[in-house]
Structure formats: structure tokens, C-alpha cells
Ligand binder design. Structure first.
Ligand code: FES
Length: 103
């Protein structure tokens, strides 16, 4: 699937991501700024916070209970479409996904 991270300076990074890979891992592999994934995807750090583009919210879906709790710990305040990208797993259903990197 293809994913695009939009960065606050107006630039963006796009990459092909293999099915089954988390979008935190994909962000690190593609040097997306500000996504560090400190806990390795274990829902313990919130350093993989992204805002899902409004056009994709329905497909990506809401956070589950554990993720919902961690979203209150993000460095940049939580917003309506916040998700932790270690919990979004690449699949063909999400081909074309757009994520915004918080600043
Ligand atoms: S990488 Fe730590 S919560 Fe996602």
C-alpha cells in the first residue's frame, strides 16, 4: 500500500509499505520526522502519534481502549483524528492513506 505523511512545513513523504507492517515502523524506515516509536510498538510511549486525514478516518477506524488511554499522553495535544501509528497496520484496504505529523 502507499502511504503519505504530511509534515507541517508543507512537505510530504510517500512510501510503499508492505502489508502487515505498522505505520510507526514504516515512518521510521522512511525518516519521517517526529515519529520515534520509542517503545517499539507496545503502546507505552505515544511517540508514534499521528492525525489521520479526515478522508481516511472511517477506513482507519477508532482507537481501542488501551490506545485511547495512551492518546492522552501525547506530546502534542490529542485531536479528533488522533491515532498511535504503531496500532495502524498496513493493508491493501488502506492504499493511499494520508497521515499528518503533529507539531
Ligand atoms: S510506538 Fe510506543 S505507543 Fe506506538
Amino acid at each position: 500500500m502507499k502511504v503519505t505523511w504530511k509534515i507541517a512545513d508543507g512537505t510530504s513523504i510517500s512510501a510503499e509499505v508492505a502489508t502487515g507492517v505498522s505505520l510507526m515502523e514504516a515512518a521510521i524506515a522512511n525518516n519521517v520526522p517526529r515519529i520515534t516509536g520509542d517503545c517499539g510498538g507496545n503502546l507505552a510511549c505515544a511517540t508514534c502519534h499521528v492525525f489521520v486525514d479526515p478522508d481516511w478516518v472511517d477506513k482507519v477506524g477508532p482507537p481501542d481502549g488501551m490506545e485511547d488511554g495512551m492518546l492522552d499522553m501525547t506530546e502534542v495535544g490529542r485531536a479528533q483524528h488522533s491515532r498511535l501509528s504503531c496500532q495502524i497496520i498496513a493493508s491493501e484496504d488502506l492504499d493511499g492513506l494520508v497521515l499528518h505529523v503533529p507539531v
